[in-house]
Design a protein around this ligand. Structure first.
Ligand code: ADP
Ligand code: MG
Length: 337
């Protein structure tokens, strides 16, 4: 994707003022996976942040769809490729969530994304015939993953993958693993709005306060969620979008059923849970599914919480995080049972 087209994080960190109790902290910022990343760790940080950055660069080199030499670049060019265990793991997880969400998450949507110009910024509204032809290639069930010592992946001719919907979540899990392994008990990992909060805020001794950006006014937060040891990931229609000659605004989350940007009645879907890859994959999928199907999925599967914002400006929030959420914009709010 175009580097100039980066829109800031969907979920932004609220700046907390340092108090005397704030222990030694270190921060690292860098650009990777087409977005700005910032990791802050507290206590005896040593080389941990550099290790996180190296790990994320390593993953980017494996996963970047625009890099011909990456696992995904080679697979998309040849239809088959030996890949790293990381790539195989992400693909298998994406297939699982694709199945569970009725295809709302489909990592083979890439040919459609390209046609819309979301990969280059050279935007275009495709006609129906073009989309229908491209949609014949969109089917994650066609991806074969062979688990050898060196895993191999194969797809039918014309099928192409893009792991953009869940790569940052996976990267946040890896970075959190490095920090925890190195004894860090308090840190905030912000990979372009994919947040992973480790422990608590050491300054206040309270949970981390994560701001959820309002889709209606981008410089404000719709609310704040307090979390300890959780990932918080938002997908929204207000990111990476363009307005076409027809006056309509089109965004980068595609409904694999239509090949068009999802119009599910939601403007954002935030998922809170233990695993970064789960929250990232689900935020994209639930956004495509819309409020009713998302609520049904939550009732059936559980294991996560969510905050949905509808086009009408209503907040739907699951019980597990309702008490940790502050409704800053005072929008009408419904707690899902
Ligand atoms: P962000 O780009 O902010 O991380 P998401 O996690 O929601 O947002 O991922 C959106 C990206 O996932 C798109 O830019 C595209 O690469 C890819 N994508 C879009 N629609 C789908 C879909 N239905 N299933 C899987 N991947 C998708
Ligand atoms: Mg996602």
């Amino acid at each position: 994707m175009k580097k100039t087209n980066i829109i800031a994080a969907a979920a932004v960190l609220l700046l907390t003022s340092c108090t005397d109790r704030t222990p030694y902290q270190e921060q690292i910022s860098f650009f990777s996976m087409d977005t700005y990343m910032e990791i802050t760790a507290y206590g005896h940080v040593n080389g941990s942040l550099a290790d996180c950055k190296d790990e994320i660069y390593r993953l980017e080199a494996l996963l970047a769809v625009t890099d011909e030499a990456s696992d995904i670049g080679r697979l998309n060019a040849a239809g088959t490729a030996d890949v790293s265990p990381d790539t195989a793991e992400i693909i298998k997880y994406a297939k699982q969530i694709g199945g569970e969400t009725g295809g709302a998450l489909d990592i083979t949507v890439y040919p459609v994304l390209k046609e819309w110009g979301f990969t280059t910024g050279d935007y275009n509204v495709p006609d129906k015939d073009t989309l229908n032809t491209l949609l014949q290639r969109v089917d994650f069930t066609q991806i074969q993953v062979e688990e050898n010592t060196v895993p191999a992946v194969a797809v039918p001719s014309g099928v192409q993958l893009d792991l953009g919907a869940l790569a940052k979540g996976y990267a946040s899990d890896k970075a959190a693993g490095i920090l925890r392994q190195q004894g860090i008990t308090s840190a905030l990992i912000n990979l372009g709005g994919n947040i992973m909060a480790i422990g608590e805020n050491p300054g206040s001794g309270a949970p981390w306060r994560i701001g959820i950006r309002t889709p209606f006014s981008l410089d404000e937060n719709i609310g704040v969620i307090e979390v300890t040891d959780k990932a918080v990931v938002t997908s929204g229609s207000y990111e990476r979008c363009f307005t076409a000659e027809d006056g309509q605004t089109y965004h980068h989350i595609i409904d694999p059923a239509t090949g068009c940007p999802a119009r599910s009645g939601l403007v954002s879907a935030t998922v809170v849970g233990d695993s970064g890859i789960m929250c990232d994959a689900l935020s994209t999928a639930l956004f495509v599914m819309g409020a009713d199907k998302a609520a049904e999925y939550h009732r059936e599967k559980g294991g996560f919480d969510m905050i949905l914002v509808t086009e009408e400006g209503e907040i739907l929030i699951t019980e597990g995080v309702a008490d940790s959420f502050t409704n800053l914009a005072n929008l009408p709010l419904t707690v899902l049972g």
